[in-house]
Design a protein around this ligand. Structure first.
Ligand code: HEM
Length: 84
């Protein structure tokens, strides 16, 4: 089963050592191990750390990127609504 995160939890992971999380389409990815591999560079990725990167992701990538790299970087999904 996949782990669920609130947006606030995702926002707390923005460090290369503890995990650097971004959201794309409600899925959560740890980009820390991918920083050096990213063809678009580490800098632009780091800028999105802890954030919802859906808009910028789809601006720069086609639909082949996530099937290829997504599975090994995915750590979970965003909870639909925050638990009250
Ligand atoms: C899980 C997250 C991500 C993965 C797996 C990923 C993967 C990739 C891959 C495979 C490419 C090369 C694409 C190609 O040659 O067609 C690329 C390029 C690029 N990516 Fe990402 N990326 C991610 C997140 C992001 C984010 C969040 C941003 C922006 C904030 C970004 C910005 C870019 C840019 C600017 C390029 C270069 C485009 C170009 O030179 O034409 N990426 N990325």
């Amino acid at each position: 089963m996949s782990k669920t995160f609130t947006k606030a939890e995702v926002a707390s992971f923005k460090d290369e050592k503890t995990g650097m999380y971004i959201i794309i389409d409600n899925d959560v990815y740890d980009i820390a191990p991918f920083l050096d591999e990213h063809p678009g560079g580490a800098k632009i990725l780091k800028r999105m750390a802890g954030k919802d990167a859906t808009k910028s992701f789809w601006k720069y990538h086609n639909d082949k990127v996530l099937p290829k790299y997504g599975a090994k970087l995915k750590v979970g999904t965003v909870a639909e609504t925050a638990k009250l």
